[in-house]
Write a protein that binds this ligand. Sequence first.
Ligand SMILES: Cc1ncc(COP(=O)(O)O)c(C=O)c1O
Length: 369
Amino acid sequence: MNFSNKISDLEKNHLLRSRRIAKSAQGTNMIIDNKDVVNFCSNDYLSLANHPKIKESLIEGIKKYGAGSGASHLVSGHSESHKLLEESLAEFTGQESALLFSSGYSANLGIFSALRDEIQWSIQDKLNHASLIDGSRLIGLPIQRYHHNNLESLANKIKKQSGPGLVVTDNVFSMDGDRANISGIAKIIDKKNITLMQDDAHGFGIFTPIIPDHSIYMATLGKAAGVMGAFVSGDKDFIEFLIQKSRPYTYTTALPASLCHALQKSLELIRQGEQREKLINNIKHFRFISNQLDLSFEESNSAIQPLIIGSSSKALTMSSRLFEEGFFVSAIRPPTVPPKTARLRFTVSANHTFDQIEALLGKVKNAME
Ligand SMILES: Cc1ncc(COP(=O)(O)O)c(C=O)c1O
């Protein structure tokens, strides 16, 4: 196998990925590649990743439970702290039960893995996250996708199916920032043998979840909640079934209990709502200024604000230019997004200031000219 050729091909097509190195905590102001920058590409939407109260809770959790969990949940790794967090997450989402996973990626694979013998098809929104597509592949289902956010396209696809199946959608789309019409989808699939699964990685903690009866809800804890992990919530029997049948749940080490302890503090801060209010004001301000400057951002009222550039090389050049000017915004290229839709994906956080938003968008305007 010649990996060096493969890497040069990626480089030639402006598709080579590289990693910048942070020398500070995650936040709106960071030191990245030894440069002070304002970070506009973090999923730490509520600015909780470096919140003093969460750090204090994490230290408290480490003192009580140690550094690692030592085993998988079904052996000796499941602690009181995991149990209490699962109860809090079930209550927070208004569901009977919840189950923790180490990441959103493994939670999505975990749901599909458990449903291997239960479903005969899955239909997904065209812009769903890679982990949902990989989940479907894991259990050998063909990838069937409906047009993005298009209920008619979904209804047409459903008509062609028989037997039990799953309709799957992101709630907030990770690269576009727009939101699914969860209630509309639920109406269309109002049949006993079709289940709705939603991935709320980018909405959890920001928008009140809409979870139709007997549906499957997945959200992550490393984005707005500021720590790490993910959970699935839903009916008690379904969660019990996941515990029995989900291989990505069974065959992995449990999250450190200390993180679950810290996540209780995240939930408390999310409930308080102060960070959320700051974030919503920042999103509104971002939209207001970008409209004033006539910048053609996609329609989005979430923390994700994409500006489609088209060519990968242009998106990379703009991202580098902004970095030199002190703003970190990543260029998102295919295959993460469809061909010819490379973009700058801006993310707004609670702790950004209006001045930072205005300075950033001024630079973007200049870079577009
Ligand atoms: C929509 C969506 N689902 C799932 C995931 C995976 O979550 P995690 O980062 O916790 O593995 C992501 C990650 O970015 C995502 O955007």
